[in-house]
Design a binder for this molecule. Structure first.
Ligand code: ADP
Ligand code: MG
Length: 381
């Protein structure tokens, strides 16, 4: 990737420039907790975006995407938004930096990536974070890391039409090799935990399906959580988000809310606790407990929160059968990947079986991504 970027840069822009990179992300555990004020537990991975960038002394950005094999030029005013959607991520980052009082002037850039697009590994956050970090560095803006993550998030909201939370950009900016980061979505406090699963691998199996009901189902889940939360709040006014509630407090209101809302809330309250349990386990290097929690999350997402699907339940069941340590659906659900923590010696057998049996049942092969927890946004020396 580096030579491709380097060669194209030299051809288009000549000498000079600096390399910047950022990463995609996984979330080990903590799903559907963000909008309930709970924890997520992401980490940056060893695939991302690599860009070579040089300030060009003009008011224009000259941008080449290796993967789209396309060159785009744009100015830095609000009305200069490029029509290519891939370029609007970079344009958005420029604009959001400027809105925060940062300086951004013209630059030349070539970039490439190896995060699969739309697979749930947040290639878009990798792209935003690379440029947010690089512009801050090149123009000496002194914007703090949290604000850099928010620049990426606002880019999605205001220039790409995606109303995302902060997790992806946060992980991509703050990611550190050998560490996962527990983020409290209510207070935005965060803490690093060691993740060095020696003797295990992290592998994602991508079902390559996306069932349609996703967005309406998502809104319904949110409404259920709010409803359960409101009922609990009547007894316990300190409960701002569902994640503040104790399990016992949910039981108190069981007959006051629809059973469906109860099950959704049961999942969320359990999931918040599981993130904490996983963090404790990691401090003991106890990957068996981590794995068991991942299975419990899958069960919860499938049976209580009801956001799994046939393909993902199939992959999860297959993981159990092959004695995979931990496995669960990752992301919002209704398709996408399972994330699996697998012992080295069981890896080949599991992955082969997953690919063959999934294809035999569903008529197309899943994709397999091996990931290692790595550094987030950075300048390369
Ligand atoms: P993801 O779940 O991977 O973030 P999104 O749909 O949010 O999926 O973002 C994917 C979009 O991000 C792509 O369609 C493209 O516009 C942009 N993008 C990501 N990676 C690259 C890349 N390597 N080169 C150019 N654009 C990219
Ligand atoms: Mg994205």
């Amino acid at each position: 990737m580096k030579t491709k970027v380097q060669d194209k840069f030299t051809t288009l822009f000549g000498e000079g420039g600096q390399f910047f990179a950022s990463a995609g992300r996984i979330n080990l555990i903590g799903e559907h907790t963000d909008y309930n004020g709970g924890y997520v537990f992401p980490g940056a991975i060893d695939c991302g975006i690599l860009a070579k960038i040089k300030v060009n002394g003009t008011k224009k950005v000259h941008l080449f995407s290796i993967d789209f094999d396309e060159y785009v030029e744009f100015g830095l005013a609000e009305e200069d938004k490029p029509s290519q959607s891939w370029a609007s991520y970079v344009f958005g980052v420029c604009r959001e930096t400027i809105k925060r009082g940062g300086k951004v002037e013209g630059f030349d850039a070539v970039f490439a990536g190896d995060v699969p697009l739309g697979a749930g590994l947040s290639s878009s956050a990798a792209l935003e974070s690379t440029f947010a970090f690089a512009l801050n560095y090149l123009f000496n803006n002194g914007i703090d890391k949290f604000e850099l993550a928010k620049i990426g998030q606002s880019t999605e909201h205001n220039y790409c039409g995606v109303k995302c939370g902060i997790m992806d950009q946060f992980a991509s900016i703050f990611g550190k090799q050998g560490s996962l980061i527990r983020l409290n979505c209510k207070t935005l406090e965060y803490k690093y935990f060691p993740f060095n699963p020696k003797g295990y691998r992290l592998v994602l199996i991508d079902s390559c399906v996306k069932h349609e009901l996703a967005s309406s189902a998502y809104n319904k889940r949110r409404a259920s959580c709010e409803n359960a939360c409101a009922a609990i709040r009547k007894n316990h006014p300190e409960v701002e988000f569902l994640s503040d509630a104790k399990r016992l407090w949910l039981d108190e209101v069981r007959d006051q809310i629809p059973e469906e809302d109860f099950l959704r809330a049961e999942y969320v309250i359990g999931e918040v606790q599981r993130v904490l349990d996983v963090c404790d386990a990691l401090e003991r290097d106890d990957y068996e407990t981590v794995g068991e929690m991942m299975y419990q999350t899958h069960f919860g997402l499938s049976r209580l929160y009801e956001v799994s699907c046939e393909e993902l339940d199939f992959l999860n069941k297959l993981a159990r059968k092959h004695e995979v340590t931990g496995s669960r659906v990752m992301g919002g659900g209704f398709g996408g990947c399972t994330i699996n923590l697998v012992k080295d010696e069981l890896y080949d057998e599991f992955v082969t079986a997953a690919v063959e049996q999934f294809e035999a049942k569903f008529g197309h092969a899943p994709k397999v991504y091996n990931v290692v927890i790595s550094d987030g946004a950075r300048v390369l020396e």
